[in-house]
Design a protein around this ligand. Structure first.
Ligand code: NAD
Ligand code: UDP
Length: 318
């Protein structure tokens, strides 16, 4: 007897990472329910699956409970870009806490395994470099980023308590900065800002002195890591990110070099609580999942730039 396809629920499935994850699950012949409130997600990201018999789209906010029959929950619903999660910080905290609480309740009811999309932001402004999972972090609990950082910390804590109290099968992925096609043009993040600015021939904006660092992972590599992790026996927390660390100035210069028009740098005031360094220690993911990113930053950047160029032409033609 052939086994029936796995039934997945992807919360935040109409967003940047969620829609790539859905592509992967659908292409593997699995069933997918995409649940989203379309705060930062868009139907465009998943429209190619609408009407497919294995795909269902539900317009729902995770802060409200829901009953669905699924085997696996990929809990991604939460705005990820600082301007979006700071737009209504109370809603962000509610999404993290109540959303995760509701999804854990659902997982318990139907016996599903649940993966939480947590973040490197749980490390705050790190005093340890690179950051291993054992590091407990340095988060400002009352800063402008804390709705997101502390929201994800309490979400992780809830997952562990559901595992300890109810034997739930959890997976906690600590995702580091990810980029690629389907990022929003106007989400204010570094890669989208710089690419759009360079395509328009505008100055490239740098907050602070540009010496702060990030480690950017191409979205396809992240999806490989997330799917391997869901299928593994390890519960995490597990870092998923690309250890190729670059300063904001280095990234800006790379983008300047592939810019068709000559663009200048524009230094702006540093952001509050902006972490100074960030680089994942991926020893655990290498050991447990045999995973490491394959796509070099320059390569991923070229793919993303091409996507932004097409998207900007499309937006102009509307
Ligand atoms: P995104 O903003 O593109 O996607 C988030 C999705 O969740 C959107 O479709 C949005 O409409 C939906 N959503 C938000 N609040 C909701 C709610 N209350 N109910 C239902 N849906 C809701 O962001 P992303 O970059 O795709 O991030 C996805 C997940 O990965 C997030 O949980 C984020 O914290 C995590 N993450 C992302 C990154 C990154 O660099 N992209 C890094 C670390 C962690
Ligand atoms: N940044 C910048 N110019 C921009 C956008 C962002 O210098 O136009 C900086 C920002 O201050 C931060 C880094 O780039 O130090 C990454 O910012 P992003 O919002 O992409 O991610 P996060 O801060 O959440 O890691």
């Amino acid at each position: 007897m052939p086994s029936s396809p796995v039934k997945n629920l992807v919360t935040g499935g109409a967003g940047f990472v969620g829609s790539h994850l859905i592509d992967r699950l659908m292409k593997s012949g699995e069933k997918v329910i995409c649940l989203d409130n379309f705060f930062t997600g868009s139907k465009e990201n998943i429209e190619h699956w609408i009407g497919h018999p294995s795909f269902e789209l539900i317009d729902h906010d995770v802060i409200e409970p829901i009953k669905l029959d699924v085997d696996r929950i990929w809990h991604l619903a939460c705005p990820a870009s600082p301007i979006h999660y700071q737009f209504n910080p109370i809603k962000t905290a509610k999404t993290s806490f109540l959303g995760t609480y509701n999804m854990l309740g659902l997982a318990r009811k139907v016996g599903a395994r649940i993966l939480l999309a947590s973040t490197s932001e749980v490390y705050g402004n790190p005093e340890i470099h690179p950051q291993p999972e054992k590091y407990n972090g340095n988060v400002n609990p009352v800063g402008i980023r804390s709705c997101y950082d502390e929201g994800k910390r309490v979400a992780e804590s809830l997952c562990y308590d559901y595992m300890r109290m109810h034997g739930l099968e959890i997976r906690i992925a600590r995702i580091f900065n990810t980029y690629g096609p389907r990022m929003l043009l106007n989400d204010g993040r570094l890669i989208s800002n710089l690419l759009v600015q360079s395509i328009h021939g505008n100055d490239l904006t740098i907050y602070g002195n540009g010496k702060q660092t990030r480690s950017f992972c191409f979205v396809d590599d992240l999806i490989d890591g997330l799917t391997l992790f869901m299928n593994s026996l390890n519960v995490g927390p597990m870092n998923l990110g690309n250890p190729e660390e670059l300063s904001i100035l280095q990234i800006t210069n790379l983008i300047r070099n592939i810019s068709i028009e000559k663009v200048n740098l524009k230094f702006l005031k540093a952001l509050d609580d902006d972490p100074l360094r960030r680089k994942p220690d991926i020893y655990l993911a290498k050991k447990e999942l045999n995973w490491e990113p394959k796509i070099m930053f320059k390569e991923g950047l070229a793919i993303t730039r091409e996507y932004f160029e097409k998207k900007l032409i499309f937006e102009k033609s509307k």
